[in-house]
Design a protein around this ligand. Structure first.
Ligand SMILES: Nc1ncnc2c1ncn2[C@@H]1O[C@H](COP(=O)(O)OP(=O)(O)OP(=O)(O)O)[C@@H](O)[C@H]1O
Ligand SMILES: [Mg+2]
Length: 254
C-alpha cells in the first residue's frame, strides 16, 4: 500500500521543503521505496538533493506525460523524484483555467505509484493557496504541517486546517493531519518558547516534537545533501530521524 504525505503550510519559509526532502530520504534509509514530488514552482527539492531543476510536475500535469517518463531515479537507491521548476506555475494557471477536478493530481500520480509498489509518495507544496495546493492536500492520506516557532505561527496553521475542513466537507477528503511540526525552534529565545507553548495550547493532540533551528540544515541546501548525508550525527538528523520513526508508526506523539 502506498501512503501519500503532503507537506503544506500557506506561510512561506517554515521548513516545508527541508522537511519533505529529509523525511523522504529518511524513509529511504529505513528501506522504504519513496517518490518525492515537488509541486512548488521554486523547485527547491532539486536544490537540496543536489540535482538540476526540471519541468517534471508540468510535464505530468499539463503535457500529459506518463508517470514513468517524468520520474527521475536518483543515486540514492529507492528515492525517485518528480522535480519542479517555474513551469509548475504555468501548470497551476492551466489547471485553474481548465477547472480541473480536485482529484486531478491524485489521479495522475497515485494509481501508477501504487502499482509500482512505492511505499510513500511525499509531496512538497508552495506557500500559496490555489488549485494545485488543494489538489495536493486532497491527494494526501496524511498532511504534515511544518510551522516556524515565531510570532503568529498559529495563523498559518489555522488557515491550512480551515482549507482541510473545506476539502473534507466539499470534496469528501478522507485523509488525516499527521501532525504539526514546530520548526526553527530555539530554546533560548522567549519568542520561540512562548510560541511552542501557545501551539501546545491550541493544537495539543497534533503537535509533534520540534525541530530546532540549525545552521547545518541551511548548509544542506548549499551542499545539495540531506541532513542524513551532511551530518548524520547532528541533533537535526536525530530530530528528523524521530519524525521518520513516527511516520513508520514506531514513534509516539507527544
Ligand atoms: N530548522 C531549521 N533551522 C535553520 N534553518 C532551516 C531550518 N529548516 C529550514 N531551514 C532553512 O530555512 C530556509 C527555508 O526553509 P525551507 O525552504 O525548507 O522552507 P519552505 O517552507 O519550504 O519555504 P517556501 O515557503 O519558500 O517553500 C532554507 O534556507 C532552509 O535551508
Ligand atoms: Mg519550499
Amino acid at each position: 500500500m502506498t501512503t501519500t504525505i503532503t507537506v503544506a503550510n500557506q506561510k512561506g519559509g517554515v521548513g516545508k521543503t527541508t522537511t519533505a526532502v529529509n523525511l523522504a530520504h529518511g524513509l529511504v534509509l529505513e528501506g522504504k521505496r519513496v517518490l518525492l514530488v515537488d509541486l512548488d514552482p521554486q523547485g527547491q527539492c532539486a536544490t537540496i538533493l543536489g540535482l538540476k531543476q526540471e519541468s517534471g510536475a508540468f510535464n505530468l500535469l499539463v503535457a500529459e506525460e506518463p508517470l514513468n517518463q517524468v520520474i527521475r531515479l536518483t543515486d540514492r537507491a529507492n528515492l525517485s523524484v518528480i522535480l519542479g521548476d517555474k513551469k509548475t506555475a504555468t501548470a497551476q494557471t492551466v489547471l485553474s483555467i481548465q477547472r480541473a477536478p480536485i482529484s486531478f493530481t491524485a489521479n495522475k500520480l497515485l494509481p501508477a505509484a501504487s502499482s509500482d509498489g512505492l511505499d510513500y509518495v511525499i509531496i512538497d507544496t508552495s506557500p500559496s493557496v490555489g488549485e494545485l495546493q488543494e489538489q495536493a492536500l486532497w491527494a494526501a492520506d496524511n498532511v504534515l504541517i511544518p510551522c516556524a516557532t515565531d510570532y503568529l505561527a498559529s495563523d498559518g496553521v489555522f488557515s491550512i486546517i480551515a482549507t482541510l475542513k473545506k476539502i473534507r466537507q466539499d470534496f469528501d477528503w478522507k485523509g488525516e493531519i499527521l501532525g504539526i511540526l514546530p520548526t526553527f525552534f530555539d530554546d533560548v529565545t522567549r519568542e520561540s518558547k512562548a510560541t511552542l507553548q501557545d501551539l501546545h495550547k491550541r493544537f495539543s493532540g497534533l503537535l509533534l516534537d520540534p525541530i530546532h533551528r540549525a545552521t547545518v540544515l541551511r548548509e544542506c541546501a548549499v551542499e545539495g545533501k540531506t541532513i542524513f548525508e551532511l551530518d548524520p550525527n547532528s541533533r537535526a538528523a536525530r530530530q528528523y530521524g524521530n519524525l521518520v520513526q513516527l511516520v513508520l508508526g514506531r514513534g509516539a506523539f507527544q
